[in-house]
Design a protein around this ligand. Structure first.
Ligand code: UD1
Ligand code: UDP
Length: 364
C-alpha cells in the first residue's frame, strides 16, 4: 500500500513537509512526485533542503506554459505514474495548477484524493486558484480544512459531512517547527538593511501581469520606501515588467531574488509590516503578529483578518494603512489571536485522518 503526494509549486512544499513527516513517523509507505511546475532552485530545491523534504521519487519536469499546457502536461505525466504505481490515495496541496491536475488524473483512474487546505474560497473566479480549489474539492474524498469557514463552504456546496475534517494548518506547523532557526538580525544585515524595514512580496496575475496595475505597484513600493527600507524578494512572474517600470530605482527599495524559507521567514519576523498578495504570507504574519497589508480585493483566508493581523488594501489605501500600522502601539493594543488548531500539529492530525480512512477501505 502506497500513498502518493503531488507537489509542484513553492507554496506546496511547506504544506506537504509536515504531512509527509507525520505519515513517515507512522510507518506509512509514500511516494513523492514533483511536477516541476516550479523549477528554479530558489522556488523549489531550497525548500527540500531547508524543510527536510524527501527527494522526489519522480520529477515530471513540466515547467512553465499556459494554464492548459501546464495542466495537460501534469495530467499526462501523473496518469502514467499512477497507472504504474497504483497508489491507494493521492494527496494534493493548496490551489496551484499541479493540484488541480493531480486531482483530475487520480479521479479518472478511480484513485481517491485527499485535499490538504480544502474549502478555501475567495468567490473570485478571475483568480485561477479559485477554479483549482473548486474543482479539486469536488473531486476529493478527504477534505482537510485549515479553518471553520472552509468547513462551512464545503458543507454549503454539498460535500459529504464524513469527508470534511477540520485539521488546522500544516503551513503553520512548518513555521513553528523552524521558528528557533529564524535569525532576523542576521538576515537583514546580510542584505544591508537597517533595523526598521518592511517586506513586500507581489506575484498575483491581477497585480503584476497588467502594466497599469504594475505601474501602481511600483508607485506603492516607492511610497513605502519613502517611509522605511523595503525588502522585495521578487517572484519571477512580473519581474520583467516591474523592473522595466523601475521598481528597483529607489535607494531604499531592495529588490532581491526569491529567498529561501529560513531567510524569508527571518525577514518577515523582524519586519515592521508586510505588503503582499501571497496566500501563505497572510497566514504566517497572523502567527508572527506582524501587520500584513494584502493588496487584493478579497481573501480566501478571512481568519487572518478576524483573528490575525491581516487587512485588505487597495493601491489607494495601502499607504495610509501602512502609516497606521507603523504608529508604535501600546503593548496589547493590537491583539491578535491564533486561529483554532494553528498549533503546529496539523500534520499529525492529517496523518491520523488518512490512517483511519485507509483502515476503513475494503481491500481491492
Ligand atoms: C503559481 C500558482 C500560484 C502561486 C504561485 C506561488 C498556479 C495557477 N499559480 O503561480 O497560485 O501563488 O505559483 O509562487 O498554479 N517561472 C520561473 N521559474 C520557475 C517557475 C516559474 O521563472 O521556477 C516564471 C515563468 O516565466 C512562468 C511564470 O514564472 O511563466 C509563472 O509561473 P507559473 O508556475 O505558471 O505560475 P506562478 O505565477 O508561479
Ligand atoms: N516564501 C519564501 N521565499 C520568498 C517568498 C515566499 O520562502 O521569497 C515562502 C513563504 O513561506 C510563503 C510561501 O513561500 O508563504 C508561498 O509563497 P507564495 O507567495 O509564492 O505562494 P501563495 O501562498 O501566494 O500561493
Amino acid at each position: 500500500m502506497t500513498l502518493l503526494h503531488v507537489t509542484g509549486a513553492r507554496p506546496n512544499f511547506p504544506k506537504a513537509a509536515p504531512v509527509i513527516a507525520a505519515l513517515a513517523a507512522a510507518g506509512v509507505r509514500q511516494r513523492l512526485v514533483h511536477t516541476g511546475q516550479h523549477y528554479d532552485d530558489r522556488l523549489s530545491e531550497v525548500f527540500f533542503r531547508e524543510l527536510s523534504l524527501p527527494t522526489p521519487d519522480l520529477n515530471l519536469g513540466v515547467g512553465s506554459g499556459s494554464h492548459a499546457e501546464q495542466t495537460a502536461a501534469v495530467l499526462v505525466g501523473l496518469e502514467r505514474e499512477m497507472l504504474e504505481t497504483r497508489p491507494e490515495l493521492v494527496i494534493v496541496y493548496g490551489d496551484v495548477n499541479s493540484t488541480l491536475a493531480a486531482a483530475v488524473a487520480a479521479s479518472k483512474l478511480q484513485i481517491p484524493v485527499a485535499h490538504v487546505e480544502a474549502g478555501l474560497r475567495s468567490f473570485d473566479r478571475s483568480m485561477p486558484e479559485e477554479i483549482n480549489r473548486i474543482v479539486t474539492d469536488r473531486l476529493s474524498d478527504l477534505l482537510l480544512c485549515t479553518s471553520a469557514d472552509a468547513v462551512a463552504h464545503l458543507a454549503r456546496e454539498g460535500a459529504a459531512t464524513e469527508s470534511i475534517h477540520l485539521v488546522g494548518n500544516p503551513m503553520i506547523d512548518t513555521l513553528l517547527a523552524h521558528r528557533h532557526q529564524l535569525d532576523s538580525e542576521r538576515a537583514r544585515r546580510a542584505l544591508g538593511v537597517p533595523a526598521d524595514y518592511l517586506v513586500a512580496t507581489l506575484h498575483r496575475p491581477g497585480n503584476v501581469d497588467d502594466p497599469e496595475s504594475a505601474a501602481q505597484l511600483v508607485r506603492v513600493v516607492h511610497d513605502a520606501g519613502a517611509r522605511l527600507d523595503v525588502v522585495l524578494p521578487l517572484h519571477p512572474r512580473g519581474r520583467a515588467v516591474l523592473e522595466a517600470l523601475g521598481i528597483g530605482d529607489h535607494p531604499r527599495v531592495h529588490v532581491v531574488e526569491p529567498l529561501g524559507y529560513l531567510d524569508f521567514m527571518s525577514l518577515v519576523q523582524g519586519s515592521r509590516a508586510v505588503i503582499t498578495d501571497s496566500g501563505g504570507v497572510q497566514e504566517e504574519t497572523t502567527i508572527l503578529g506582524v501587520p500584513c497589508l494584502t493588496l487584493r480585493p478579497n481573501t480566501e483566508r478571512p481568519v487572518t483578518i478576524t483573528h490575525g493581523t491581516n487587512r485588505l488594501v487597495t493601491y489607494d489605501t495601502v499607504i495610509p494603512a501602512l502609516d497606521e500600522a507603523l504608529i508604535p502601539a501600546e503593548p496589547g493594543a493590537r491583539p491578535h489571536r491564533t486561529p483554532p488548531l494553528w498549533d503546529g500539529h496539523a500534520g499529525e492530525r492529517i496523518a491520523d485522518v488518512i490512517i483511519d480512512w485507509l483502515g476503513e477501505q475494503v481491500p481491492r
